[in-house]
Design a protein around this ligand. Structure first.
Ligand code: MG
Length: 159
């Protein structure tokens, strides 16, 4: 059995707005995350974890921010592309685990929906997805509420 692990890390800064996209769920908030795409930092971290497990670069290589066609893009396009690449290479997605790091918004009330949405996009069972959150004890840029960070791990299996 061939098992590959990958990790992903991403940060997006807050700017003006009234909602954030996190792991495929739109959450009302007093600011929005800024980015070339919809700035779904959690989905980007999971996507990069899959590219990492494949040894096939990162989101920026597959969807260059310099390319205007990806401006405002829904991040499920990136995640779907990574999962399709994995399947094309003969892998199934074993699991993915994502940790969001922020003080606000509170993730707990949305975690179950995030899990469902990520599983739907990745075409795997929800019990193979974990979405959790932590604060940074008010330290650093996430603690000051300047942005949100996300880290993720993914496992790919080829038998
Ligand atoms: Mg990103």
């Amino acid at each position: 059995m061939d098992i590959r692990l990958g990790n992903g890390f991403d940060v997006h800064r807050f700017g003006p707005g009234d909602h954030v996209w996190l792991c495929g769920v739109k959450i009302p908030h007093n600011r929005s995350l800024q980015g070339h795409s919809d700035a779904d930092v959690g989905m980007h971290a999971v996507t990069d974890a899959i590219y990492g497990a494949l040894g096939m670069g990162d989101i920026g290589q597959h969807f260059p921010p310099s390319d205007p066609q990806w401006k405002g893009a829904a991040s499920h396009i990136f995640l779907t592309h990574a999962c399709d690449l994995a399947r094309t290479q003969g892998f199934t997605i074993g699991n993915a685990d994502c940790t969001l790091i922020c003080e606000h918004p509170k993730i707990g009330p949305h975690a179950a929906e995030m899990k469902q949405e990520m599983a739907r996009i990745m075409q795997i069972e929800p019990d193979r997805i974990s979405v959790k959150a932590t604060t940074s004890e008010r330290l650093g840029f996430t603690g000051r509420g300047e942005g949100i960070a996300a880290i993720a791990t993914a496992a790919l299996i080829r038998s």
